[in-house]
Ligand binder design. Structure first.
Ligand SMILES: C[S@@+](CC[C@H](N)C(=O)[O-])C[C@H]1O[C@@H](n2cnc3c(N)ncnc32)[C@H](O)[C@@H]1O
Length: 248
């Protein structure tokens, strides 16, 4: 049986994008039976890609993922959807450090009918960027991004969007118990700072997803996190999506 495909040609860290795309096109032409995922530095074939049949999740992604990059990272979104769905069954609230435009959190809210949940979702970001910051700027950082994200979650009275620097801001606003924690700060220092405050608050069975963990551009994060978790008797699973996964 022919499997469905997901191809959005966004790949990172290339020398020659056109030469790479040409090679991909040639490879794809040689695949029997589909099951091709091509994007976000993943190339699979002859896979079931069963998540493409998850209509509710695919509808939420189609509605809220507006850029090619947001569509290319579908498999990361699928991992988050699974993790958050497990989190719905655990004790505690949801946290994302950091949310940027709020895209992945907005998809999860829709997918999980989060407005009907008695949990809260805590989102953090700086929303703006200047050259003194250790992480890189992103296209939509700016003075109006915080308001835009507030507006994006206006229908969810149980989502709290907080502007400020992690980890410091976590001393002012953060839940006591966490069921699902998504960390995506592009900075080893900030991520270890977040773990220092939040990991102990994760309840048994709570899920942690580290977005940058497997990307060699963020190798320092994996080094720092491996050491931090080893000291506590935990090990992170590096996923083919580049994310790290840990179940407490
Ligand atoms: C890759 S983006 C997050 C994307 C988001 N997780 C999503 O799935 O759509 C990384 C974000 O981390 C934020 N950031 C980096 N360091 C931070 C810090 N110390 N405190 C708060 N936000 C920070 C940046 O402003 C940026 O928006």
């Amino acid at each position: 049986m022919e499997s469905p495909n997901h191809m959005v040609g966004v790949f990172f860290g290339l020398k020659d994008e056109e030469a790479f795309a040409d090679g991909m096109r040639k490879s794809i032409r040689q695949v029997r039976n589909g099951g091709i995922y091509a994007g976000d530095n993943i190339f699979t074939f002859n896979r079931n890609l069963g998540f493409l049949q998850n209509q509710k999740l695919m509808d939420a992604v189609r509605k809220h993922a507006s850029t090619a990059t947001e569509r290319a990272i579908l498999w990361r979104q699928v991992v988050l959807a699974w993790a958050a769905q497990q989190g719905m069954k655990r004790d505690g609230d949801f946290v994302e450090c950091a949310c940027y435009k709020g895209t992945t959190a907005r998809i999860l809210c829709e997918y999980l009918d989060f407005d009907k949940s008695d949990k809260r979702y805590y989102l953090y970001d700086l929303f703006e960027h200047d050259e003194s910051m250790p992480h890189h700027a992103m296209e939509e950082h700016g003075a109006d991004l915080y308001e835009k994200v507030l507006n994006r979650f206006k229908d969810f009275s149980n989502v709290t969007v907080t502007r400020g620097a992690v980890p410091g801001v976590l001393h002012d606003v953060a839940p006591e118990k966490i069921a699902f924690l998504h960390i995506d700060l592009n900075s080893a220092e900030a991520e270890i700072g977040a773990l220092e405050i939040l990991f102990d608050r994760m309840t048994p069975g709570a899920i942690l997803v580290l977005d940058d963990y497997g990307w060699n551009f963020y190798y320092q994060q994996q080094r720092a996190e491996d050491a931090w978790f080893a000291a506590r008797g935990y090990q992170v699973l590096e996923l083919p999506t580049g994310q790290g996964l840990l179940i407490k």
